[in-house]
Structures are given as C-alpha cells and as structure tokens.
Write a protein that binds this ligand. Sequence first.
Ligand SMILES: *[C@@H]1O[C@H](CO)[C@@H](O)[C@H](O)[C@H]1NC(C)=O
Ligand SMILES: *[C@@H]1O[C@H](CO)[C@@H](O)[C@H](O)[C@H]1NC(C)=O
Length: 446
Amino acid sequence: MFRIQPLVSVLLCCFTFWFHISFGYLITCSGIVPMRYRNDKVSITDFGAVGDGKTLNTKAFREAIYRIQHLRRRGGTLLYVPPGVYLTESFNLTSHMTLYLARGAVIKATQDTWTWPLVAPLPSYGRGRERPGGRYMSFIHGDGLRDVVITGENGTIDGQGGIWWNMWRQGNLQFTRPNLVEFMNSRGIIISNVIFKNSPFWNIHPVYCSNVVIRYVTILAPTDSPNTDGIDPDSSSNVCIEDSFISTGDDLVAVKSGWDEYGIAYGRPSSHITIRRVTGSSPFAGIAVGSETSGGVEHVLAENIVIYNSGIGVNIKTNIGRGGFIKNITVSQVFMENVRTGIKIAGDTGDHPDNRFNPNALPYVKGVTLKNIWGVKVQKAGSIQGLKNAPFTNICLSKINLHGMTGPRSPPWKCSDVSGAAIEVSPSPCAQLSSPQQSGSCANHF
Ligand SMILES: *[C@@H]1O[C@H](CO)[C@@H](O)[C@H](O)[C@H]1NC(C)=O
Ligand SMILES: *[C@@H]1O[C@H](CO)[C@@H](O)[C@H](O)[C@H]1NC(C)=O
C-alpha cells in the first residue's frame, strides 16, 4: 500500500502533464456568461448586519436585496460581505446583482429549522425529492433572475447541515431538506471563488436555467452526510462547471432532468453541460447522469476529471418509469484511484415519486463514449446493464485501463442488454461490446 503511493503520484503527474500538452492551451467556460463589473456597491453592514456569528442578519440581507431590486442602478449592484460570520435565515437574490464574499466572510444558515420557509415542489418532480408535498426553500434562492454573480475571495457559504442530516437519520423530516443554493428559471449566472460547506441537501442546484458558469468553487461536506450532492444541473442548458474541488456525501456532479411521470410531462431536458478539471471524492459517484432523467439529458462533456476514494467513478443511471433519453454523453481524460467500481451504466437505479409511474415508460440510452480513463486500485472495472425492452446502444469504451487492487487486473466487466464497441480496454470488456462491426459506436459523439 505504501509502495504504491509514489507510483500513483508519478502517474498522476504524468497524466496531468500529458493532458496539458495534448490540449496545448486551457479551454474555459468564459464566453458563456459575460463577467460584469458593477459600479454601484453596497456593504451588508450598511444595512445593520453584524458578523459576530450570533446576531441574526435576515433583515439586513432581505433589505439590501430589496434595495438592489428597487433602486435598479445601471449595471447592477454589488453586495459586499466583509470578513466575519453572518448568521441568517434563507434569502432570495435578485437580478443584476453580485453577492461578493470577502476573504474570511462566512454566510451561515440559521439552525432554527422551524422558521424555514416552504416553497412549491418543482413541477418536473411533482413533489419534494424526499418527502411528499412542498420543500424547504434553498438557503440562498433565486427564481426568474438574470445576470447574477456569487463570487469573492473564497469566502464561505455554510449551510450548517448537521441538524438536517440528523432529522433525516431519525426519520422526522416533514418536508424535503433545503438545497444550499438554488436558481430556478434563471439565466446568466456565475458562481466562482466561493467555498460551500455542509449543505443540508444538494449544494448547488440550477433548475430550468440556461447559461450558468460554476468555476473555482470548493464544495465540502462529510462523507457520511446524506444526499449532499455537489452540483446538480437539472433541466438546464449551457451549464459549464470547471476548476473545482468537491468532496461530499453523495455524487460530485449529477446531471438530472425531472422525475418519472412529472418529468416526462414537464419535458425539459438538460443539454450542453460541460464539466472539466474537477477533482474530488464521493462515497457514491464522481461524475453522474441521473437517475432522474425524465426530461432527457444530451450533449454532456466531462473531461480532465480526477476521482479518488470513491464509490463509482463514472455512473450513468436511470430506471423504468423514467422515460426520457440519455444521449451524446462523452467522458474523457479521467484518472481514478481507490474506487469500488470504475464505470457503471445501469437501468435499475433510483426510486419513484409514487406508484402512478408508468412501467412502460422506458428510458432511451444511446451514444455514450467513455475514453482515456486510467484507474488504479479499482475493485471492479464496471458494469453496463441495459433494459431488456430498451437495450443501451452505441456505447463506446476506448483506451480504458483500470487496474485492480492487487495485481494488474480487476474482475471482468458485467454487461447485459447493451451494444457498442470497445477499443484498447483492460481488463478486456464483455463480449457484447467486442463485435468489430459495432466499431462505428466509437465515432465521437460530442
Ligand atoms: C423568496 O422566493 C420564494 C420563491 O420564489 C417566495 O415564495 C418567497 O416569498 C420569497 N421570499 C421573500 C422574502 O421575498
Ligand atoms: C480561491 O480558490 C480558487 C480555487 O481553489 C483558487 O484558484 C483561487 O486562487 C483562490 N482565490 C483567492 C483570492 O484566494
């Protein structure tokens, strides 16, 4: 175990070096949302906020944002949060604003969960994700906004989620736990240079949004914190996530688009999602699509990803009743170390909102390319298990090398109801992917 450590460092170093030279220059998210300079600036302390970690600053945040919304300065307004710990209840952002957290600034969620406001369930989920009915509003919330930036000098947004995780563990949650940051029906959003900590539920949730950039963020929650997904682009398009570190208790990035009959009826896909230079560790998946994909997911590109001490490296998951589609997914340049399962594509994952889901609504999975994936200490290479009446097609595995725990090889792949091709895959892939006439599956999907 100790002997392998230097080897891994050398491999990681060479791998990083290799992808830098193979691209030559760094591709970035810039261009998706123009960066705004705000002439008008206000400080949260102008509204009476006290950063002592004890004073409840809800009124200050709500008044500051009310002022930004109603004074409507040309070019928008920057709301400055100076160093200090600002305890507050949840609040709504408004359009044309920047929430700027100075170095050492912490915006901390109240522990008084009984004061937490409720909002309507998302139409594409039909109910709260974990409890029927409404759901607690996200700690920082935005609905119907445009041109919003959350940035600064790596200040912290702290959800103090422990109290919520315990309610979940004890089974006495009345409604679905709050996300840390959620934007709904919004466009032109930038989240950068902020640390997100201890979210009650999912960390960053853009839903029904377009043109969203998330970069240089750090997202942290304990490994045993339930459902603390890092970033979940949901029924959203043109979302770009890059240069971030995520270590949480659930999937690091999971692309979604609604749940069973509600997601099918709402019919809003996630498309053009880019994830690059993301590093982290999760007891579940590093890069995930699903399992809620009822509005469809297409054109996802994840590249230059490092996943360590995790459950699954790359996980595409759906279920009967989901309907929708998963197509044109490309994951490339992945390094993984100490992962239980390298790659998993499955048609039997996740629960249902209620028993009104349609068992004949089968997901359509076509065109998944996984290439240039290198793993060490991978217990199981992977499995690709489609559905009998909806086999997964055009699955391409190319240049994949997953080393086992002890020797050079992990146990073999498991496949069913799948077709596609495999080129230079070790351990050798299952027969379903090995037929030479399928090699067209390895044409680039993105
Ligand atoms: C915040 O937004 C939610 C959802 O859009 C809304 O229900 C709530 O009334 C808003 N709260 C405030 C204080 O404006
Ligand atoms: C903030 O964190 C990011 C990502 O870790 C890092 O690249 C950046 O240099 C940091 N910025 C400051 C001002 O410390």
